[in-house]
Design a protein around this ligand. Structure first.
Ligand SMILES: NC(=O)c1ccc[n+]([C@@H]2O[C@H](COP(=O)([O-])OP(=O)(O)OC[C@H]3O[C@@H](n4cnc5c(N)ncnc54)[C@H](OP(=O)(O)O)[C@@H]3O)[C@@H](O)[C@H]2O)c1
Length: 442
């Protein structure tokens, strides 16, 4: 902090969507921030990869560099915002900032998911903050609510929509009957899809956020490779219609469950049929929604814009304000976790229970359905509903089944067996049926 001017000088690594938004709103809100904090908080430098690129926000050319380390090492910069994304370079710069005694505010969920354990530990050792509100659900203040406002709770269930792009695609497929490919093309045109599309479409981005939420709620880092991560590519318009008939909508959800009796925890991201009565089922378009069930508060649902320049910059600035308050001794630094990390272990597939939706394409011949029912029953999967539609073009039929309560182990065995069954023409499509009231059965 410069003594003469009482200004906190912010260095921004990455001057793209979120970096420019943060710079813009820091400047536009400088007066009100000064009133709140008693000091000025101003962006002074930013880094990019390509200095020749046109930027929507014009800033002094001297403030822009392609050498991020020079900002981290600059004694004229008090606080770092890491808004460049990526993993290894962002990690090195963040660790260097800590070593230089500087707190870091980030929106980088991929980095936290991969290296959170190391980064939080190094920040603590260095006596600085690593703040990350913008990393989960963009503009929704989920981290603060989970960690501070709901501090009196334990969380048997957290679930919700954590990726706006996939939600936008599913919403338009459902409401307009548009195809996956057509809506994806529009989403690309609108700039909603990450350069690496797998992050949005295969559930990886949502999984990064689910891992962070699981850590905050339960103090346990769960590796991405140990959790179920499925995306939206298999969902057809027929599935969305069938779900509607069952009183549900198909959403890509992250689910974090903990059984407090045996301390088993499960984390997953996958499409699921969610009953339309749930707020999460009605959270449409690019919106995100997170439902937190706490032991004291009951269920709290937060919805809002999960990404975008302004909402995400708003979360970054809220972290900056917290960090500056800490620097000025205006508030005690909130602890990273309110929970004592217990010895949780991962729930086994036999412990994760629920009902399932299956779509199969089969030869249209007598006895086929009975054979399928028998194959499922042998693996302890019983049918709840069945509907069959003949497809005249190739003498096949589409069968949509839902099951009674079973577990992940049994259903996976059943799927493998169905694939081998004579007359089953394609690998069956499986979605979970999410029952927020049935999670205690796991
Ligand atoms: N966009 C959102 O709505 C949103 C929401 C929540 C969280 N986030 C997270 O926020 C972070 C930034 O996202 P974004 O959407 O703002 O990305 P972006 O628009 O692609 O901007 C990234 C910026 O970082 C710069 N950069 C990348 N690698 C660099 C390097 N090695 N050295 C120097 N500069 C580098 C880029 O420079 P060039 O411009 O020269 O290429 C660009 O200015 C990511 O971690 C993302 O996951 C984004």
């Amino acid at each position: 902090m410069s003594n003469e001017s009482q200004t906190i000088r912010v260095g921004i690594l990455g001057f793209g969507t979120v970096g420019q938004g943060t710079w813009k709103h820091l400047v536009e809100n400088a007066e009100s921030l000064k009133k709140i904090l008693g000091v000025e908080v101003l962006p002074v430098r930013a880094s990019v990869r390509d200095l020749t690129k046109d930027r929507k926000l014009a800033i002094d050319a001297d403030a822009l560099t392609d050498d991020s380390m020079s900002i981290v090492d600059d004694p004229g910069v008090d606080l770092i915002c890491e808004l460049m994304g990526g993993i290894e370079e962002a990690r090195v710069l963040t660790l260097r900032a800590f070593a230089n005694g500087k707190s870091v505010v980030t929106a980088n969920k991929a980095l936290i998911c991969e290296h959170g354990e190391e980064l939080f530990s190094e920040a603590e050792k260095a006596g600085v903050r690593y703040a990350f509100e913008a990393s989960v659900a963009g503009g929704i203040p989920i981290i603060k609510v989970l960690r501070e406002s709901l501090v009196a709770n334990e969380f048997p269930l957290i679930y919700g929509i954590l990726n706006g792009t996939s939600n936008y695609i599913l919403t338009r497929m459902e409401s307009e009957g548009a195809t996956f490919d057509d809506v994806l093309a529009d989403a690309r045109d609108l700039g909603y899809v990450e350069a690496d599309e797998a992050l949005d479409l295969d559930g990886v981005d949502a999984a990064h956020k689910a891992v962070i939420l699981a850590y905050l709620a339960h103090g346990m880092w769960i590796s991405l490779k140990d959790i179920t991560v499925e995306g939206i590519r298999e969902i057809s318009n027929e599935d969305l219609l069938a779900a509607r008939k069952l009183g549900c909508k198909i959403k890509l959800i992250g689910v974090i469950r903990r059984n407090f009796e045996n301390n088993h925890i499960s984390v997953g991201v996958h499409p699921a049929l969610v009953p339309v009565g749930e707020i999460i089922a009605r959270t449409d378009g690019v919106y995100n929604g997170v439902s937190l069930t706490g032991t004291v508060v009951g269920t709290v649902v937060l919805t809002g814009r999960g990404a975008g320049q302004d909402p995400t910059a708003g979360s970054v600035i809220s972290d900056i304000v917290d960090v500056v308050k800490g620097m000025k001794g205006m508030n005690s630094q909130p602890k990273l976790l309110h929970v004592t990390p217990d010895e949780c272990t991962a729930a086994t597939a036999k412990e994760i229970c629920g009902c399932f939706y299956l779509r199969l394409r089969v030869d249209d011949r007598p006895g086929q359905l009975a054979q399928i029912a028998e194959c499922l029953a042998e693996r302890e999967v019983s049918l709840a509903t069945v509907s069959q539609t003949p497809k005249d073009e190739d003498r096949s039929a589409q069968i949509i089944l839902t099951t009674h309560q079973t577990n992940e182990h049994s259903i996976q065995l059943a799927i493998e067996a169905l694939k081998q069954l004579p007359g089953v023409k394609e690998s069956p499509v499986l979605f979970r049926m999410f029952d927020p009231n049935g999670f205690e059965n796991q």
